[in-house]
Design a protein around this ligand. Structure first.
Ligand code: DGP
Length: 129
């Protein structure tokens, strides 16, 4: 499913990018900003976002330049290494749309680490969905 609505320039991450809201920054380059999640779900929980206005991976993967896409993946690996997670292991995850419960409509990748992360997904019977 494509992103149904236009990019909202007043979403929380857009406001963080403009410096209107604070964040605890861990990484920044020309294309990427990364900061601690406000509600961490692991000892280390970082949000890695493009500086461009993209709603989700669907939008990013369609419209972003190769440079922006490459920068995001390189930043993920760089941040994980800087935080020492390359030794102990980590997980990166992105949500798109309703089924994945995406809350903030600016594309972001979650980076989790710092302890054993458990199974990738909780299994649930189809009839409960
Ligand atoms: P998602 O469900 O994938 O859209 O995740 C959104 C994440 O954003 C969620 O883990 C909480 C985080 N978050 C929401 N508001 C803020 C904020 O103002 N600051 C920071 N640092 N994180 C936020």
């Amino acid at each position: 499913m494509s992103d149904p609505t236009p990019y909202d320039p007043n979403n929380i991450f857009a406001r963080i990018l403009r410096g209107e809201l604070p964040c605890t920054k861990v990484f920044e380059d020309d294309h990427v900003l990364a900061f601690h999640d406000i509600n961490p779900q692991a000892p280390i929980h970082i949000l890695v976002i493009p500086k461009g206005a993209y709603i989700s991976l669907d939008d990013f993967g369609t419209r972003a330049s190769d440079g922006e896409i490459g920068a995001l993946f390189r930043a993920l690996a760089t941040i994980a290494r800087r935080l020492g997670l390359d030794d102990t292991g980590y997980r990166f995850l992105g949500n798109h749309g309703i089924n994945a419960h995406q809350e903030v409509p600016h594309f972001h990748v979650h980076l989790f680490g710092g302890h054993r992360l458990g199974p990738m997904l909780t299994r649930k019977p189809v009839e409960q969905e």
